[in-house]
Ligand binder design. Structure first.
Ligand SMILES: [Zn+2]
Length: 125
């Protein structure tokens, strides 16, 4: 349905892979808690907009599955990121884009900031 959709961030990719979730599964809420620290990840499958200016973006008003909560250790996630980078030859932090979305301003629209992990190259270090 939405195969090959752009990966949003490493944590989304990690949780999908680890718990065998579909490409429609999106994180709706995340936090770091506990000792040792771990991510508390809440999410569900969502429909995407099929037409209009938001085509193929997540439609947060139309959930497909019931929300579920998963936990991933922060250390575990860092290790996974490095493995992912080695496997794909891309920076785990920005997923090869070389930049991070920072903010949206009325004057300039979306603004990107250079990825500090790879220095903007998008390559695995
Ligand atoms: Zn990067």
């Amino acid at each position: 349905m939405t195969k090959g959709k752009m990966l949003r961030d490493p944590l989304t990719t990690h949780v999908r892979e680890l718990f065998n979730l579909s490409d429609d599964w999106q994180i709706s809420c995340r936090s770091v808690q506990g000792q040792p620290p771990h991510y508390r990840i809440e999410g569900a499958e969502y429909h995407v907009y099929e037409r209009g200016p938001k085509t193929s973006q997540t439609n947060w008003n139309r959930r497909i599955t019931e929300p579920e909560i998963f936990f991933i250790g922060c250390d575990q996630h860092v290790q996974w990121c490095h493995k992912w980078a080695a496997k794909h030859g891309r920076c785990w932090d920005c997923l090869g884009r070389g930049s991070h979305w920072r903010k949206w301003t009325r004057q300039r629209g979306g603004e990107n900031t250079r990825c500090a992990t790879c220095g903007g190259t998008g390559q695995a270090s």
